[in-house]
Design a protein around this ligand. Structure first.
Ligand SMILES: Cc1cc2nc3c(=O)[nH]c(=O)nc-3n(C[C@H](O)[C@H](O)[C@H](O)COP(=O)(O)O)c2cc1C
Length: 348
């Protein structure tokens, strides 16, 4: 029997989805899509090797061309991309696994280098810095979205979710975390709007909730997850007023019976004064549904967190890059290979 038994208990997410264990492979961008941002056979093999996770969440996948902020990130808006993803979902399902697609638009972290279009965002405020992996490109000042652009975006998220289901995914995770488009609406640092999408917690939550509701209408709440970063730890500055936005948003999410809510953070030992502690503790207090914890979890801290009810599922990121057989190693109490960023050069 494994030393970390709580990781290996099945999890009934809802009437249509039961996970074989509580280990989630966190979404991990690898920048390895082929021409046309189409997933490759190597990506299918990579995900297939990790299919013994209770749930895999795919690397973030762009919903339309102007959502791209890194080279060779896959898309889910062309027929060829849908067919490429079908190879991935087939590989995971052949091994008995489950996989959600993470729906992504980077907002102001996009670059016209990729799509030929000026980036869009809630407000015309540039992020200072250069595009990762393309250090000669500085971020551009985005165009503030008009209300009709927002309606189009909501529809594009819903269409991308439908495309994911067509490609065989078990569900979708809306990427509302890590300073990308949806998160840019949720924080005062990046949202300076004075219309129905800015100024107040209700208005600043509006875009996130419209995307959630459109995706739920298209593919079902039981197949929709959401990732959120209340702590604003990356790509933006935290503001104590953000807390009220998340209090409001989480209360509304409690009414929606999503498959799960997933924390977005690299290190969950960080504490935030304005959240009253760790981001996972804040979400646990305010969200009543299934919560995925993440951020520097080891087999020990993950199983303890589950046993103590801090979260219901444990997402593992970097260790899954270093250990395709992470689940087996933990179950058999074998040592894990340490992650190193040089491992990003190859899909193993
Ligand atoms: C190389 C790399 C790529 C990542 N890509 C994504 C991504 O596409 N979407 C996302 O929500 N988070 C992404 N993350 C964050 C991870 O999902 C996870 O939250 C983070 O790595 C902390 O978990 P860990 O300590 O187990 O690695 C990425 C992290 C790394 C290291």
């Amino acid at each position: 029997m494994s030393a970390h038994q709580s990781l290996f208990e099945p999890c009934v997410l809802n009437a249509s989805l039961t996970l074989a264990n509580r280990i989630v492979m966190a979404p991990l961008t690898r920048c390895m899509a082929g021409p046309g941002l189409v997933p490759t056979q190597a990506m299918a093999d990579y995900y297939g090797r990790r299919a013994d996770a209770g749930l895999i969440i795919s690397e973030a996948t762009i919903i339309r061309p102007d959502g791209q902020g890194y080279p060779d990130t896959p898309g889910i808006y062309t027929q060829a991309q849908i067919e490429g993803w079908k190879r991935v979902t087939d590989a995971v399902h052949a091994e008995g696994g489950k996989i959600f697609l993470q729906l992504w638009h980077v907002g102001r972290l996009a670059h016209s280098h990729f799509s030929g279009e000026q980036p869009v965002a809630p407000s015309a405020i540039a992020f200072e810095g250069t595009v990762p992996r393309m250090r000669d490109l500085s971020y551009e000042t985005p165009r503030a979205l008009a209300q009709e652009d927002i309606a189009r975006l909501v529809e594009d998220y819903a269409q991308a979710a439908e495309n994911a289901i067509t490609a065989g995914f078990d569900g979708v995770e809306i990427h509302g975390a890590n300073g990308y488009l949806i998160d840019q609406f949720l924080h005062f640092d990046t949202n300076h709007r004075d219309d129905d999408y800015g100024r107040t917690p209700e208005n600043m939550s509006r875009f996130a909730l419209q995307v959630v509701d459109a995706v739920v209408t298209r593919v079902g709440a039981e197949r929709t997850g959401l990732r959120l970063t209340p702590g604003a730890y990356t790509h933006m500055a935290a503001d104590a007023r953000d807390r009220e936005v998340f209090d409001y948003l989480l209360a509304r999410l409690n009414e929606r019976e999503l498959a799960y809510l997933h924390l977005g953070i690299f290190d969950d030992s960080l504490t935030f004064d304005f959240l009253g502690g760790r981001a996972s503790e804040y979400l646990r207090r305010h969200y009543s549904g299934t919560l995925i914890g993440v951020g520097g979890l080891t087999p020990e801290s993950a199983s303890e967190g589950l046993a103590q009810g801090k979260f219901d599922l444990a997402a593992i990121g970097r260790p899954f890059i270093a250990n395709p057989d992470y689940v087996r190693r933990v179950q058999q109490a074998e040592p894990l290979v340490d992650y190193h960023q040089d491992m990003l050069a190859e899909l193993v």
